[in-house]
Design a protein around this ligand. Structure first.
Ligand code: GLU
Length: 309
């Protein structure tokens, strides 16, 4: 289901109501798409069944729609896309780019703290096992009621993207998990995002700077799958009054909290416009006229100071 025109997108995880920082990123993504004559996709990143629920997803879609941020194509729910992820993993596997990993989290942690290991990277324990070693480890996991994970056999030490807001960003590649193992196996975030962006015709990714570091990995995965690499722009996250990243936990208001305080959608949009350096704009279309996401790298903005006059 792709359309000719490329698209931007916003892809929240339905684990709680969107707060003002999330809404700002969503509006920025929508404006960047509109300013470049693209369509727009909203996706529900609900792979994590324990944290996500459909009711929250519906509330998020309503809150976005109230601001005018709507999908002009099918809203994709990642929890329903297992077959597409399987097909993508099989394409990689057919080229020898996937291997089973039998490590527990603890085993990985221990191997990562060995003298020559790189902290935070998969130590490669299962990368080059023989077939008989695999059989034996697979059987052992099965007895424990656990499935192996699937990992990508990365072929390059690092990968680079050109980010419209941050410039050239190169990061080391890791043998990332494509499918989590254990007692509740499931498809992993990077594979899902890459497959779904391509499925929805997304060729422009504007999202929060917290995801900057994973973008080279996702672009690499897209290249292995023969999918087009989207253009990226990672915009600054909103900070609270203490200079900490705004979070629901530390009291960031949601659209609904603000509505209870008497904010209508127009006021909310005007506040977001102000935080985007466009005070006085009355509508999304007006904001889109001169919008450029590369202006949003820095400095970070603060809630409420940079939103409210
Ligand atoms: N669902 C992810 C999140 O809420 C974002 C995914 C993405 O933008 O690629 O953090």
């Amino acid at each position: 289901m792709t359309s000719d025109r490329g698209a931007g997108r916003y892809a929240p995880t339905p684990s709680g109501d969107l707060h003002i920082g999330n809404l700002r990123t969503a509006v920025a993504a929508w404006l960047a798409a509109a300013a470049t004559d693209r369509g727009f996709a909203v996706r529900v990143d609900d792979l994590d069944e324990e944290r996500c629920d459909e009711e929250t997803a519906t509330r998020q879609l309503e809150d976005l729609a109230a601001l005018g941020v709507r999908s002009d194509r099918e809203v994709v729910y990642q929890s329903r896309r297992g077959e597409a992820y399987r097909a993508a993993a099989e394409r990689l596997a057919a080229r020898g780019l996937v291997y089973e990993c039998y490590c527990s989290r603890r085993e990985i942690r221990e191997a990562q703290s060995a003298p020559h290991a790189t902290p935070g990277r998969y130590p490669g324990t299962c990368r080059n096992l023989s077939e008989s070693q695999r059989r034996e480890r697979r059987a052992r996991l099965k007895d424990q009621g656990r499935a192996p994970a699937l990992r990508l056999r990365a072929q390059a030490p690092s990968w680079r993207i050109e980010d419209r807001a941050r410039g050239s960003v190169e990061r080391p590649l890791d043998d990332i998990v494509l499918r989590r193992g254990g007692q509740q196996p499931g498809w992993a975030y990077h594979l899902a995002v890459v497959v779904d962006d391509a499925y929805s015709g997304v060729d422009q990714v504007v999202r929060g700077a917290d995801l900057l570091d994973v973008s080279p990995t996702q672009a690499y995965l897209a290249s292995l799958l023969g999918l087009p690499e989207p253009s990226y722009a990672h915009v600054s996250l909103v900070l609270d009054e203490n200079g900490e990243r705004l979070a629901k936990r530390s009291g960031a208001p949601s659209a609904r909290d603000l509505a209870e305080e008497g904010w209508g959608p127009g006021e909310l949009l005007a506040a977001i416009g102000r935080s985007l350096g466009r005070p006085g704009a009355g509508s999304l279309d007006e904001l889109a006229e001169t919008f450029d996401p590369s202006e949003l790298a820095d400095p970070p903005v603060r809630w409420p100071a940079d939103f409210v006059a």
